[in-house]
Design a protein around this ligand. Structure first.
Ligand code: AMP
Ligand code: FES
Ligand code: ZN
Ligand code: ZN
Length: 304
């Protein structure tokens, strides 16, 4: 297999794009693609301040690397969740994120959930009516709150996460199985900001997970290999496996599933209800938008 750009030996073959590339051209192609998607979906400009949520995994570290290579102003945010029993998962993720930031002289905000909010994610879960809220639910709630807060407090225009095509296709698949219309209306490369909230973007949403893996490895980015211990056996991993089976029989199916959804929505398959945004109220404690008047779900959990 030869590189399409230079004819040298290819190291990555992407059946879904009918494209094979050598290391050098692959490491140029991924940022080019990402840059194209940032512009196509009007995610942000070179003048805007971007906050990248960095978990220490391959996707978000690579995203930070790519944004830097493309010349965007991108600072990082690492949220220490306190998931450490046995594995040192959070401590190791933080070490690798800090190492990357230092090596590239990038600014990194670190929020330690236990120090700032009194408990780690596993502790919050245990305290919530003896585990009624699973760690992943607490974690999602806390991460969303902290990301919004840091973006607002430090005046970032936009918050970028490392979700890739496999993540997005798995979420869409789950939402489609139950036709969760409200979620489907909000899922996409860009979620517009409102009432003090930064715009949220996913610059890697059209890049396959294995393409990101190849990028991280070929760039020599040190990332945490382990998955979060609480994600073992999760529905999203199961959906990813199903979609991978489909993809291996029909290369490109995953991308078609996601892109056709975006296109169908854009051309009016779903009628956007204008009331959705109007229905949001500021939380009486933290000011972030919430669907019912009073406390948001994060502050309700904290008050319990
Ligand atoms: P996940 O929800 O773990 O699949 O992560 C999706 C995205 O959320 C990652 O690509 C990061 O951009 C962001 N993220 C996840 N965990 C953290 C964390 N501990 N600190 C900062 N950002 C995170
Ligand atoms: Fe949040 Fe696993 S990363 S519970
Ligand atoms: Zn080449
Ligand atoms: Zn609140």
């Amino acid at each position: 297999m030869k590189c399409r750009a230079c004819g040298q030996k290819a190291v990555v073959n992407m059946r879904q794009h009918k494209l094979a590339l050598c290391k050098e051209h692959y490491l140029e192609w991924i940022p080019e693609q990402t840059g194209r998607f940032i512009e196509k979906y009007k995610m942000f400009s070179h003048e805007e301040k971007v906050l990248v949520a960095v978990s220490g995994g391959k996707d978000s570290l690579s995203l930070w690397d790519i944004l830097q290579r493309l010349g965007y102003q991108a600072d990082g945010l690492y949220i220490c969740l306190g998931i450490d029993e046995g594995l040192n998962y959070s401590a190791e993720s933080q070490r690798l994120t800090g190492k990357f930031a230092a090596a590239h002289s990038l600014k990194l905000h670190i929020v330690d959930v236990q120090k700032e909010y009194g408990s780690t994610i596993p502790e919050f879960s245990l305290k919530s009516h003896r585990g009624r809220l699973k760690p992943c639910s607490v974690c999602g709630l806390v991460k969303r709150h902290v990301m919004n807060r840091v973006a607002r407090d430090f005046g970032y225009d936009v918050l970028a996460t490392g979700h890739n095509l496999d993540d997005e296709a798995a979420v869409l698949f789950g939402n489609t199985l139950s036709w969760a219309g409200e979620y489907m209306l909000r899922q996409g490369p860009v979620l517009h900001g409102n009432s003090g909230l930064a715009r949220k973007v996913k610059p890697l949403c059209r890049i396959y997970e294995r393409e990101m893996l190849a990028y991280a490895l070929l760039r020599g980015i040190e990332y945490i290999y382990d998955e979060c211990p609480f994600s073992v056996g999760s529905t999203s991993i199961y959906y990813k496996q199903l979609l991978n089976k489909l993809e291996s029989d029909r290369p490109g199916a995953k991308q078609t599933f996601y892109l056709s959804f975006l296109e169908a929505r854009r051309s009016g398959l779903f009628v956007e209800r204008e009331t959705i945004q109007a229905e949001l109220h500021p939380c009486t404690n933290c000011g972030q938008p919430t669907s019912a008047p009073g406390l948001c779900s994060f502050c309700r959990m904290m008050s319990r």
